[in-house]
Every structure is written in structure tokens, then in C-alpha cells.
Design a protein around this ligand. Structure first.
Ligand code: ZN
Length: 318
């Protein structure tokens, strides 16, 4: 018994034109600058979120100078408004007073510094897409300061979307690491959930793992499940995907069928606990978090949440 995702995963939403041809087009960007908007992301991956978690705080780009600052990235353009982001240092581990950050104009509502995991599920479509793209780009910048071929420093071009080696001129584009994530069910009313050793007691999700060199996605699904819980799966089927820039994964979601009678053999150091649970319990745990003893599930920003919600028929939290 197959199922479909009930909606896009939270971080897969993107509502503006990515504006690829605009990147690095200084003339067009200069023309767009007076009406452009800016979001800020700090070095801990947080941004200011306003209106009770539903949208990003943003400022007129002109507050940041007469032209795009060298470290600004272009996120996209919609209805003649270009959207940019800049990376700002986090002030120690303390939140910067809202609106006073970096001398920006004070915001009238009560914004909070939140990261993507915290804010991803409540943001509107446009904000979720802009924040996810900004977070992914800044992570790539952080990890790609040196050329992978010759080791020289890289320089960013194309509004933050291309890095060019200062030594050998090798170009690189934003990197992602492919990871599969799979909801394993029995074809009826049970789903397999597992807990990593570093997770709190009672917190469970579906199985996931990174795709290896030379491996197909389906091969990775079968291998990861066999390695982590010692069972074989069949009927592997694609569900959907979402970016997960922590630091640079693309989560590729699947479902697969397995036999609950097959004994679970947990990979030491990788899986602390795994169990089959009933559809009704998953639904209840999503609709009323904490209501099913020993079953806390993945957060709303994750694709795991959307997969479990869709399979169980739980009411949408939006
Ligand atoms: Zn190089």
C-alpha cells in the first residue's frame, strides 16, 4: 500500500524566481538595487523571523549601501524586487537585540533569531525558500574557501553562486551531498522507526544515510537499511526531496516495504533502538506531541516529519 506526500516538505518551498541569468549581471542588479530587499543570516545560521514565526524580517537593500555589498548573495527576483542576503557575525552566543543588529532600523514587531530547523515549518512559502537558499549558499561559502584542486584561496563571483580559484582558475558551484531517507512500512499498518545513539530517549525518526561514491539511490536505500537494522526491503519508491543545509545535504525521500517478522539487528554505534509502531500511534504522536509514551517524532521542518505525517494520515499542522 503506497502513499504520496501530502504537501511539499517545509524547506522545498520556493516562491520567487531564482534569477539565474541575473547573477553577476552588474548592470541589471544595479537597476534592481533601489527596490531590492535584504535578509540577514548570522554565522550560526540564524535569521530574524517576524510575525509570529511566519516571515523573515527584511530591510530595504539601500540600507546596506548604494550597491550590493561584496558579500551579498542574490537569492532571486519576483515582480521587479530582487532578494539578497548577507552573512553577519553572530554576536557571541547571545541573541543580538532585534532590529538593533548592525545598526539596522528597528523592527516594529517582535522578531526572533531562529535557525532553519526552528523556523522552517512555520515560515510562509517565500520566506522558507529564501532562508533555505541563503543558508545553503553560506554553508557552501564557509566550506569552500580553498580550491579542492590546488589549495589556493577561492573568490566568489556571480552574486555568490560561483567560486573561482585564485591559483588555477578552477570554477566550483554550490555543492550538495546526496542522502537518502526511507520510510519503511509493512504494506499495512506498521512503520519502522529508529533512534540514533546521540538522540534523546524516546525520540525516533525514519532511517537515513549518505549515498556512497558510485552508488545509486535505490542501492543506497537497500544498503543503509540492511546495515542499520539488518533487514531487507522491497518495492523501493521515490516520494520527494528537500534541501537540508546542515551543512549541505539534499535529502531524497523513499518508501520501502519490509517484513516485521524479520529480526532487527541494530548497527552498533549507529542505531540505539528501532521498533515497529502502529499507524494510529504515529498519527497521535504527530497530532498531539508527547501523547504516545516513548514516541517523540522528527520536527516539522524535516522531510521525515512530512513522510510520517503523510503515511499516517495525521492532520497537517499548518
Ligand atoms: Zn585551484
Amino acid at each position: 500500500m503506497s502513499f504520496e506526500l501530502v504537501g511539499l516538505p517545509a524547506l522545498s518551498r520556493f516562491a520567487v524566481d531564482r534569477g539565474e541569468p541575473l547573477r553577476g549581471d552588474e548592470e541589471k542588479l544595479a537597476a534592481l538595487w533601489p527596490k531590492a530587499r535584504m535578509i540577514v543570516v548570522d554565522t550560526r545560521g540564524r535569521t530574524l523571523v517576524a510575525d509570529r514565526g511566519t516571515r523573515l524580517a527584511d530591510w530595504p537593500a539601500l540600507e546596506f549601501g548604494d550597491q550590493p555589498p561584496v558579500n551579498a548573495v542574490l537569492l532571486g527576483e519576483q515582480d521587479g524586487v530582487a532578494w539578497f542576503a548577507v552573512l553577519m557575525p553572530a554576536e557571541d552566543d547571545e541573541p543580538v537585540p532585534a532590529g538593533r543588529a548592525w545598526g539596522l532600523p528597528e523592527l516594529t514587531d517582535d522578531p526572533q533569531w531562529l535557525d532553519l530547523r526552528q523556523a522552517g515549518a512555520t515560515l510562509d512559502d517565500m520566506s522558507a525558500g529564501l532562508f533555505t537558499t541563503a543558508a545553503a549558499l553560506f554553508q557552501w561559502h564557509r566550506l569552500g574557501k580553498y580550491c579542492a584542486k590546488c589549495g589556493a584561496r577561492t573568490v566568489l563571483e556571480k552574486s555568490g553562486w560561483t567560486s573561482v580559484c585564485s591559483g588555477c582558475e578552477r570554477e566550483e558551484y554550490p555543492r550538495t551531498d546526496s542522502a537518502v531517507i526511507c520510510l519503511v512500512h509493512d504494506g499495512a499498518d506498521q512503520v519502522l522507526v529508529a533512534r540514533g545513539p546521540e538522540w534523546p530517549e524516546g525520540r525516533f525518526s525514519v532511517l537515513a544515510g549518505f549515498v556512497e561514491a558510485g552508488e545509486s539511490l535505490e542501492g543506497c536505500v537497500a544498503r543503509e537499511i540492511a546495515e542499520e537494522v539488518g533487514i531487507s526491503v522491497r518495492d523501493i519508491r521515490y516520494l520527494g526531496s528537500q534541501p537540508w543545509p546542515f551543512p549541505r545535504s539534499l535529502m531524497i525521500g523513499f518508501e520501502a516495504v519490509a517484513d516485521p517478522a524479520e529480526p532487527l539487528r541494530l548497527a552498533e554505534g549507529e542505531i540505539a533502538e528501532a521498533k515497529w509502531v502502529l499507524r494510529a500511534d504515529v498519527r497521535k504522536a504527530i497530532e498531539e506531541p508527547g501523547s504516545v509514551p516513548g514516541l517523540g517524532l522528527a520536527g516539522g521542518a524535516s522531510i521525515a516529519f512530512r513522510m510520517l505525517q503523510s503515511w499516517s494520515g495525521a492532520a497537517s499542522e499548518e
